[in-house]
Design a protein around this ligand. Structure first.
Ligand code: NAP
Length: 257
């Protein structure tokens, strides 16, 4: 039988665990026997998750845009949650879908601060401990938007291209240190992502998922967990996944009337 790693060996640090992929991944790991540190900004959501998942789950309010807060949180982690060997750098968001010339500049800034700088901060704060303990696994959450452009996605897609390239570069950077790096790149998945993008507008948020079957958070959690339980000599570099109902558009040729 093919030997995978028993998740009971894992202490998993997750950003963006208050909803969507992060929450589903926290549940999936605890179910499999891992210890999970679930973080995000919404304290109530974290309290609910803690009540649901019990003693194998430790929670903490954390904004990934605050490097010093991440460093302090990690330094203060109580045993047995203090020896993290899997990091799921998942926190992120898209804001708006306006054309670039009309976008609210603070939306672009928030996406860069969260998806780019927050990811950098998470990795920089967690990596030294894993190297010192002899190994680990960093899973970043990118997007198909990091490969395929779409109108209104200028900065969101660019942040996810950054995530992909950071993950690839990190892989060569940690060569020989027994650190694995995987970028998970989902397409259309139904979570609160769209509600956040459209700032609480339910009807706009529902439109991308209308009359179709998107992926769900459990689909993504399954791939995240799978990439981490493969034998230690295997590194999955990238996992690009789409709903079966989602495919590629042809090139968009502008024509004069
Ligand atoms: N859903 C999709 O179609 C899709 C496709 C490809 C990639 N993604 C990516 O997948 C990741 C998870 O998205 P999701 O679909 O699960 O969306 P979601 O349900 O909206 O979850 C996003 C998570 O990120 C957290 N977050 C946002 N800003 C944060 C900050 N400054 N500090 C800490 N946590 C923060 C949120 O928690 P708080 O608000 O409580 O802080 C929340 O837990 C994101 O990186 C997203 O870009 C999503």
């Amino acid at each position: 039988m093919y030997q995978t790693i028993d998740p009971k060996e894992f202490t998993v640090f997750i950003t963006g665990a208050t909803s969507g992929f992060g929450a589903a991944t926290a549940r999936r790991y605890v179910e499999a026997g891992a210890r999970v540190i679930a973080t995000g900004r919404r304290a109530e959501r974290l309290d609910e998750l803690k009540a649901e998942l019990g003693e194998r789950c430790h929670v903490g309010v954390l904004d990934v845009r605050d490097f010093k807060a991440i460093e302090k949180f990690v330094a203060d982690l109580p045993a047995p949650f203090d020896a993290i060997n899997v990091v799921i750098a998942n926190a992120g968001l898209a804001l708006g879908l306006e054309p670039a010339a009309e976008v609210d500049i603070t939306d672009w800034e928030t996406m860069v601060d969260t998806n780019v700088k927050g990811l950098m901060y998470t990795i920089r704060a967690l990596l030294p401990g894993m190297i010192a303990r002899g190994g680990g696994h960093v899973v970043t959450v990118g997007s198909v938007a990091g490969d395929y452009p779409y109108p209104g996605g200028s900065v969101y897609g660019a942040t996810k291209a950054f995530v992909k390239q950071l993950a690839l570069n990190l892989r060569s950077d940690v060569q020989g240190k027994n650190i694995r790096v995987t970028n998970i790149e989902p397409g259309l998945t139904e979570t609160e992502f769209s509600l956040v993008r459209f700032k609480g507008d339910d009807s706009k948020a529902a439109a991308p998922y209308a009359n179709t079957e998107a992926m769900n958070a459990d689909d993504i959690a399954e791939s995240i967990v799978w990439s981490t339980i493969l034998p230690r000599h295997v590194n999955i570099n990238r996992v690009q996944m789409m709903a079966t109902t989602q495919a590629f558009a042809p090139f968009d040729i502008y024509r004069e009337d």
